[in-house]
Each structure stands twice: as structure tokens, then as C-alpha cells.
Design a protein around this ligand. Structure first.
Ligand SMILES: [Zn+2]
Length: 164
């Protein structure tokens, strides 16, 4: 899905409300990613705000089983309609403390890509299928064995001699 900036400009309200609902196969083949967004034109800046909700298929770090996680979050992103002068751009980014994307005169914003990138950024670093996940038995045994392997004990007693 793409939005046309001229359409927003020609709209009296200077904003468009977007009801996004699309299957993004990388996340989930059955359930569409949903988003309620508003694209607002403020001078030469397009501001996109709203809520995104996605079901994402992931792999548990502890038991290696696949599971589906629901991710909900708010977004706020700004696009510059035209490329800003470098000095001005830096000043703007420092002031707003927010990275904004230059469209370089491009008249469209790819909302599907925007939603995709936003979901990627909100996938947690640690993935656990369930708060009570005990992990995979074989993996657990392997980890335990590694730690208490008597053959590794010898390394604890090695003293490195230094040349003085
Ligand atoms: Zn698990």
C-alpha cells in the first residue's frame, strides 16, 4: 500500500487516515498486520502517527519451538518531502531528537514498507515462547554438562606465568 502526498495536499484537512490491513508473509501467513495511521502534511514535512498490531511467528530462544507473538505499539515518524540542506538537516535532527527520512521530491510513501520496518524494530531481543518455558531437555542437559564437565576443571587451576 502506498499513499500519495498530493492527495493529502489537496485534501482540505491536510491529513489522511489510513486503515492498513495486509498479510506480510515474513511475519505471519494467515493473520494480516493491522495499522490505524494518520499521515499529516505540515509544511514540507509528512508526519505519520498511529498504532500497529501484528502477529509474528518467532522461534523460542530456550526450547527452539515456533510460537506466535502479538506485538502492539505506537509509531511516530517524519518524512521530509524534499531533501533538506545538510546543515539545516543536522540542526533539525538535533532539535527534534528524531531521525526523519528524506523523500527527495518523491510523491509517494510506501506504507507497507513503513509498517514492515516498524514491526522489525519492535521484535524483542529475547524471545521466549512462554513465561514458564523450561527450555528443551536436550539443550538443558548439554548446557549443564558443559558447565560441570570435570575435564574443564583443569583450566581453573592453570596459572599463567608472567615474565617479570
Ligand atoms: Zn520455549
Amino acid at each position: 500500500m502506498k499513499i500519495n502526498i498530493s492527495d493529502i495536499e489537496n485534501n482540505e484537512k491536510n491529513f489522511s487516515d489510513i486503515n492498513f490491513s495486509e498479510i506480510i508473509e515474513e511475519f505471519n501467513k494467515e493473520t494480516p498486520v493491522k495499522a490505524k495511521l494518520r499521515a499529516e502534511l505540515i509544511g514540507d514535512i509528512i508526519k505519520i502517527t498511529g498504532e500497529i498490531s501484528a502477529y509474528v511467528n518467532l522461534v523460542c530462544d530456550k526450547c527452539l519451538k515456533e510460537f506466535t507473538k502479538e506485538i502492539n505499539f505506537s509509531v511516530e515518524e517524519t518524512y521530509n518531502r524534499y531533501s533538506l540542506e545538510e546543515s539545516y538537516s543536522q540542526e533539525f535532527e538535533l532539535k527534534s531528537n528524531n531521525f526523519s527520512v528524506d523523500l527527495n521530491g518523491e510523491n509517494e510513501i510506501d506504507i507497507t514498507d513503513f509498517v514492515y520496518q516498524s514491526v522489525i524494530l519492535h521484535i524483542p531481543n529475547k524471545l521466549v515462547c512462554d513465561i514458564n518455558c523450561k527450555g528443551d531437555e536436550i539443550i538443558n542437559k548439554y548446557i549443564k554438562k558443559e558447565i560441570s564437565d570435570p575435564r574443564l576443571e583443569i583450566f581453573k587451576n592453570i596459572k599463567i606465568e608472567k615474565d617479570n
